[in-house]
Design a protein. Structure first.
Lengths: 247, 250
């Protein structure tokens, strides 16, 4: 299978001792990869390095074979992302915000902007300034921005933040249909474990900055009743190991 | 190059969609109107000549390069850097297929274009005011010198903007950058007066360098020296600012 994202020996530590250590991970074409971990485990740090927002101390990330450190423009050419809170320019309308992004991709025209606004249910707010948008609306706009350029790889950090039930279902359907129809690869982190279970076909668990396990969702659900049980058992097992080791 | 153009277009769009630019334009026009009213008042009240049609734009230039133009340059620069850092909207651009060097250069280019626009606007309106109220003593030679003086003023203003860009990358708060910029500006002005033999090293004294072009003898050596000092400091400030911008975590 074709490797789309390669995370190689990635290390980044912060002054408070948190961070990620020697992270290795391969994501394949068509994967909807769920990145799970407790708060402060290093999910966002890994995703920020993948999208060039911070630099690692060690290691590299290759997207479609291009290093994000050495060849950033090439690596990001086919990537759409949403990191933490969806940001927008508050003095511009939803359409103008997407237009700003569209300028970086030669094949994205106004029709495509309308298309993604429709896809995320934001078309009726097309000409409204984002200043007055609710968190859910901002998140939908952020998702529209992430898929605007018809990317081959989409990196989403907590994409369901602030969304209502309807929104969650819409976004889940959108992700699954893009993965199926256009073979788009997704790398998603979320706290909403039930949603990850329904959306993702591969799961990686990160704890204290280290990858504990990577497994197919189907294989997990054969041994555990729910993904939550698996996650708790993985984290507890590791927690016990590390706490007994420190004694 | 296409992505640089996209980034530049985006920066220009952000610039003109903010109300700050509109305020800058209105205040620039206010300076011209107030200046002209003062001159008309002096002429009719005291019987003094005031200024001629071409002299008025020069008078406006001498006032604005030391006051509102640096102020607006600071505001626009701080907004472009510190403003986007604090609202995290920098991430919108940073996660696109464009290198940080191109983003940094596009931001600075848009600021330079803003300065150029402001100078041209002031030039056109002050000339119009000059011709309307004092339609005498105009010649093509002095007209050319006036236009040239406005155009060369872009160089020291750019160096000033680059200095503020560096500060905006060092300090996180936009307000801190604004006050530190003003303090440094004032300190340089005072130092330039106290140590006049070294005044060409203080960047603020170069804001008036257009005067060198008005001297009949045309001091080429002095102009070249000032130009090289500004070029050197500009390159250093640009590089230092980019070094920090490139390392920044978002």
């Amino acid at each position: 299978m074709e490797k789309v994202i390669e995370i190689i020996n990635l290390t980044k530590t912060y002054g408070n001792g948190r961070g990620i250590y020697d992270l290795n991970l391969d994501i394949y074409k068509g994967d909807i990869f769920g990145f799970l971990g407790p708060n402060g485990a290093g999910k966002t740090t890994a995703m920020k390095i993948m999208t060039g927002l911070i630099r690692p101390e060690n290691g590299d990330v290759k997207i479609m074979g291009h290093s994000v450190i050495e060849e950033y423009e090439k690596a990001m050419a086919k990537v759409g992302c949403l990191i933490e809170i969806a940001e927008s320019y508050q003095f511009l309308s939803a359409f103008e915000n997407l237009k700003q992004i569209a300028r970086y991709y030669p094949d994205v025209d106004n029709k495509r902007i309308d298309e993604v606004l429709e896809l995320t249910g934001m078309y009726k707010f097309k000409h409204e300034k984002t200043k007055k948008f609710s968190l859910g609306m901002k998140q939908r706009l952020g998702l529209a921005a992430a898929v605007l350029s018809r990317p081959k790889v989409v990196i989403l950090d907590e994409p369901l933040n602030g969304l209502d039930v309807e929104g969650m279902i819409d976004i889940r359907k959108m992700i699954q249909s893009l993965a199926e129809k256009e073979q788009t690869t997704f790398f998603i982190s979320s706290h909403l474990i039930h949603d990850v279970e329904l959306t993702c076909n591969r799961i990686g668990v990160i704890y204290n900055g280290r990858i504990l396990n990577v497994e197919n969702t189907d294989a997990i659900l054969k041994n555990y009743a729910t993904l939550e049980n698996y996650f708790v058992s993985e984290v507890e097992r590791n927690g016990r190991v590390s706490s007994s080791a420190s004694k | 190059m296409a992505v640089f153009q996209a980034a530049l277009l985006n920066e220009i769009e952000k610039l003109y969609r903010k109300k700050k630019v509109l305020v800058a334009i209105l205040l620039s026009l206010a300076v011209i109107v107030i200046g002209q009213l003062v001159i008309v008042g002096v002429r009719s009240g005291f019987g003094l000549r005031g200024t001629g049609s071409v002299e008025f734009p020069m008078l406006v230039l001498s006032v604005v390069v030391n006051t509102i133009l640096p102020l607006f340059t600071a505001l626009v620069t701080i907004d472009s850097f510190s403003g986007e850092f604090s609202q995290n909207s920098m991430r919108i651009t940073l996660t696109r297929p464009i290198s940080r060097f191109k983003i940094y250069t596009a931001k600075i280019t848009s600021i330079v274009l803003f300065i150029l626009g402001a100078l041209l606007l002031l030039l056109v309106f002050s000339m119009l005011a000059g011709f309307i109220f004092n339609a005498n003593s105009a010649s093509f030679d002095s007209l050319g010198r006036t236009v040239f003086s406005y155009l060369v003023s872009i160089l020291p203003m750019t160096v000033l903007a680059l200095g503020i860009v560096l500060l905006a990358n060092i300090f996180r708060s936009g307000i801190a950058v604004f006050f530190i910029s003003i303090l440094i500006f004032l300190a340089f002005k005072v130092l330039g007066l106290l140590f006049s033999q070294y005044s060409s090293l203080f960047l603020t004294t170069q804001l008036d360098w257009y005067n060198l072009f008005l001297v009949n003898s045309f001091p080429l050596a002095k102009i070249a020296r000032q130009f090289l000092i500004m070029l050197g400091s500009g390159i250093m400030l640009f590089s230092a600012g980019f070094y920090i911008f490139d390392k920044k975590e978002f």
